[in-house]
Design a binder for this molecule. Structure first.
Ligand code: PMV
Length: 310
């Protein structure tokens, strides 16, 4: 038996602008994860079990576009395997689907690692990341690659599309509360809508993306130098720009407001927007209060997580 796990992730700053070449900051969230187990089987074929999504099927019976099928077939292809072995693949996940916590990328990373190790040819981080990026394209259309990168390396990442991976140091740990609207919103659509805005007025949106780049830069400096309370106003500014980009929603705005009025230092949506998650920066002593306020304001779930070097 071979097993592998992958964490969830949140984007702290820079979503959407990152698709347009600006930097973004993302961190792993280890409270939620995907766990994969692979066993040799006496039954012919590759049997997939993902109880969370009620999937119990043989690989070749799934649609060719199925994400899990694509991930597994990509591993076989990259290992140069022609005949499929007989295996039982079990995928369990505590990461909510389509909510901005990176569930698709985490499944791809954990399955790729477990499968390549089980077959005796463990892939390098770079290879795992490249295969997970292929899988991300199925979910997102034109992803920047930030999700698969932060999840593969499981480290805080300062990410610029098509650039070598750069991790960053957390000078002093800090706490964020993640609030889930419970609304699943396809990132592909919000990314497409931002692209349409940009196409209609490139000068305006280039300026907005540049403002976000400044925010990301300031946030990275604050995190590295241990001055994390400075992130609060930067989150508020980044959220206002995301609102302008039309990727917030009444539910996200309600949670952001609830976080702020219950003591958060700053708050913003995180990820693709229009639903999914928001994050709030808190003093440790306020974390429970803010988490409760988010639930009272309609959050389906909240997670308190410490951002620190892993
Ligand atoms: O919805 P998520 O958390 O997977 O984040 C998407 C982040 C975007 O910047 C909106 C898209 C991307 O590919 O970077």
């Amino acid at each position: 038996m071979t097993s592998a796990s992958a964490p969830g992730k949140v984007i702290l700053f820079g979503e959407h602008a990152v698709v347009h070449g600006r930097p973004a900051l993302a961190v792993p969230v280890t409270q939620v994860h995907v766990d994969v187990e692979i066993r040799d089987s006496s039954r012919a074929g590759i049997w997939l079990h993902a109880p969370g999504i009620y999937l119990h099927a043989e690989l070749s019976k799934l649609p060719r576009t199925n994400a899990l099928r694509t991930v597994i077939e990509n591993v076989f292809r990259s290992l140069g395997m022609v005949a499929a072995p007989s295996l039982k693949v079990t995928v369990k996940s505590s990461i909510p689907v389509a909510s901005g916590l990176g569930s698709g990328a985490a499944v791809a990373v954990a399955v790729t690692r477990a499968l390549s190790s089980h077959l005796g040819y463990p892939l390098s981080d770079e290879q795992v990341n490249a295969l997970a990026f292929e899988a991300e394209k199925l979910h997102h259309g034109t992803p920047s690659g930030i999700d698969n990168t932060v999840i593969t390396y499981s480290r805080p990442v300062y990410f610029i599309k098509n650039q070598p991976i750069e991790t960053f140091n957390v000078g002093s740990p800090f706490t964020i509360v993640i609030g889930d609207t419970g609304i699943s919103a396809p990132t592909r659509e919000s990314v497409g809508d931002v692209r349409k805005l940009w196409e209609a007025d490139k000068a305006k949106w280039e300026t907005v993306f540049n403002q976000i780049r400044e925010i990301v830069q300031a946030a990275k400096n604050a995190i590295e130098s241990g001055k994390w309370p400075k992130l609060g106003p930067l989150m508020d500014e980044n959220h206002a720009l995301l609102q302008q980009m039309t990727v917030s929603s009444p539910e996200l705005d309600r949670l952001v407001l609830a976080a702020k009025t219950s003591g958060a230092i700053g708050a913003k949506l995180s990820g693709g927007g229009r639903g999914g998650n928001m994050i709030a920066l808190v003093h440790d002593s306020d974390a429970e209060k803010v988490a409760d306020a988010l639930k009272a304001a309609g959050a389906k779930n909240s997670i308190i997580t410490k951002i620190e070097n892993i």
